[in-house]
Design a protein around this ligand. Structure first.
Ligand SMILES: NC(=O)c1ccc[n+]([C@@H]2O[C@H](COP(=O)([O-])OP(=O)(O)OC[C@H]3O[C@@H](n4cnc5c(N)ncnc54)[C@H](O)[C@@H]3O)[C@@H](O)[C@H]2O)c1
Ligand SMILES: [Zn+2]
Length: 361
């Protein structure tokens, strides 16, 4: 599946295809970029999926160098970015050259940030290898490194020239990370398109079995939905982009109060979806069936919708620190029914408390 992202002069395509990684060199050539390239990845991903990319670049006539960075969030630091700038300079890369980020969302964020800043911006291609990165992080042009005091604080918008999503690579993900990525997929269905939500429900067993045709179809559908939001709201100026925050207001608060250690991001989002679905029910926006169908799908995908021992006060305090808060009020994205969303600005704190409390078993 080819998903076009129409952003005027910054338009690009997302290629979602089993085996697509082997074609990266050819596709890069077709863009008419310079012959030098740098592949940013970590040691584990390099071992699993690096060779096919390196071979493809070589066969298409690119002189490429590999820059290995630490795994996960540890890649998103100024020291690592500086190391990358050094390596680019030593290898003689210029503004016509390309950085390819092969990895999860952390590698994509770092590689994109380096591409945005080196010589005031060079070509950037993402080769996402986690479900989260394939359906979420690699689409939208947001790049960043972390500040010791806040995640994603230092960054830039820098659109990729090309996104290559090879569903085959997610078969090597550990089970927990694999399932976690599915939370963003469910989120897209709930707030953006009921027929997609139904398709995910139908394909749930095949997805969990990591069958390639189901992965390609569902991951492709999610890329299409996220791209449609980006096209209509590229710089996060309208309510539309808020839609992608569904499950994240309470989800982020759950992560923050547990030191980002108890749940993966996707598990916290799943709990956040369950709580925000309940919240919509509590304020009379959604009916019971809308709530239960969301919980049922998350549960079938092995994601949590209830938790033991939640620090409800801590979660409520963390919510007031949400980046979207204005004058102490936090807007909530809620789903009146499947496939729809509404941004609600005046939810009573007592209702939020009750919705979080509902998570506790
Ligand atoms: N830019 C955006 O719009 C955006 C959106 C959402 C999240 N993010 C960022 O994404 C990051 C999280 O990304 P993530 O969840 O992809 O995790 P990650 O990038 O932190 O990677 C997690 C681990 O998975 C391993 N891994 C990756 N692909 C693998 C594969 N195919 N097989 C086996 N192991 C593999 C990596 O080596 C790493 O150890 C966070 O830093 C977050 O801020 C950015
Ligand atoms: Zn998320």
């Amino acid at each position: 599946m080819i998903v076009p992202v129409n952003l005027g002069p910054e338009s690009y395509t997302i290629v979602v295809e089993v085996g697509a990684l082997a074609g990266v060199g050819q596709r890069l050539r077709a863009l008419g970029v310079g012959r030098r390239a740098a592949l940013v990845t970590d040691a584990a991903i390099r071992r699993l999926h690096g060779a096919v990319v390196a071979r493809s670049l070589e066969e298409a006539g690119f002189a490429s160098t590999v820059i290995e960075v630490p795994e996960g969030e540890a890649a998103k630091t100024l020291v690592v970015a500086e190391h990358c700038w050094d390596r680019l300079l030593t290898a003689g890369l210029d503004r016509t050259s390309t950085i390819l980020g092969l990895g999860g969302g952390a590698i994509g964020d770092l590689a994109g940030f380096v591409a945005a800043t080196y010589m005031r911006g060079m070509n950037f291609v993402t080769l996402p290898t986690t479900i989260l990165a394939q359906v979420d992080a690699s689409i939208g042009g947001k790049t960043a490194i972390d500040h010791p005091k806040a995640k994603n604080l230092i960054g830039a918008f820098h659109q990729p020239r090309l996104v290559i999503v090879d569903p085959e690579v997610v078969r090597t993900l550990p089970e927990r990370d694999f399932r976690s990525g599915l939370a963003e997929i469910v989120k897209h269905g709930i707030v953006l398109e009921q027929s997609y939500f139904d398709e995910v429900a139908r394909d749930a067993p095949a997805l969990l079995g990591r069958q390639l045709d189901a992965l390609e179809r569902i991951i492709g559908g999610s890329c299409r939905l996220k791209a449609s939001v980006i096209e209509r709201d590229p710089e996060e100026k309208s309510d539309l982009r808020f839609a992608l925050n569904y499950g994240h207001t309470i989800g982020h608060a759950l992560e923050a109060t547990t030191g980002y250690a108890r749940w993966t991001h996707g598990e916290a989002v799943s709990l956040g979806i369950a709580a925000e679905a309940r919240l919509a029910r509590r304020i009379g926006l959604a009916d019971e069936a809308t709530v239960t169908s969301q919980e049922a799908l998350l549960t079938r995908l092995g994601l949590p919708v209830r938790a033991q021992q939640v620090d409800v006060d801590g979660v409520l305090t963390a919510i007031t620190h949400d980046k979207k808060a204005r004058d102490g009020r936090v807007p909530f994205v809620l789903a009146p029914r499947l496939g729809q969303f509404r941004v609600v600005y005046d939810v009573a704190p007592t209702e939020v408390r009750a919705a979080v409390q509902d998570l506790v078993v």
